[in-house]
Design a protein around this ligand. Sequence first.
Ligand code: SF4
Length: 308
Amino acid sequence: MTTTEAGSEARVPSTDGPGGGAVPVLGSLSPSRAGDFMTCPLLYRFRVIDKLPERPSAAAARGTLVHAVLERLYDLPTAGRTVAAALDLLDPQWERLLAAEPELAELFAGEGGETERAEWLAQARLMVERYFTLEDPRRLEPAERELFVETVLESGLKLRGFIDRVDVAPSGDVRIVDYKTGTAPRADFEARALFQMKFYALVLWRLQGRVPRLLQLMYLGNGEVLRYEPDEADLRATQRKVEALWAAIRRAMESGEWRPRASRLCDWCDHKARCPQFGGTPPPLPSAPVERPSPADLESAARERDDL
Ligand code: SF4
């Protein structure tokens, strides 16, 4: 039995409820899907409820590739974690991703595709090289990479996600690290960027009983690092926020009202043609859960590898 982002009333025993007792799981939420709902409730519906397909994106594929390289880099012996060794991982990792998701080949299938692919790969190379300007992987030994974490809140909401990297100091202090292949956000968008990290910190706190010491976002698009030291009050506030988001999602599920929220992100939205904000009509809501994997599910699968 599984739960869904859409919160079908699957009931799965949990072992991390209050007092260690089982909590019935009423739904689940990842930072990405929470972000979708905050961006646009209708986008959340299209992705999670309707599970509509989306075109592969070159930026997303590059993010996946760079993450794969940085993950595998730490498989190498410490002294071998050089820029050259990391760059050597690009081609084999791309071949591996293509084998797992053959539709990625469509990204460069058109006229001029080879040139576009070369530019795309050059950008990926640049991001890998930039990573080395931010830290020296020969001086690091991550405790975890691509760590899947989940916890069930007392309300029955399961929080889950993949953490790019977890470092643990000899003192036991935990640092959560996330690689971003975009550029650092403007100051007024930092809170949004940190939400994902606080979400992970909340999950780890519940699992380990210790508040992570540092949250670190590494922006490989421009070489900036955003660091934040959370405290218990932060993580309690994050829990309240995800509970409120989940309550809003449940209300939308019950009413069937998924409001579009237009923003500059609409320019990249695959569902613009069916969006009422742009003169489109959404398809009828599915009467039964859609079985095919959603872009969100594919994202999760790819994270065994993934993330941007
Ligand atoms: S086009 Fe914009 S408003 Fe419409 S679904 Fe996509 S993100 Fe939401």
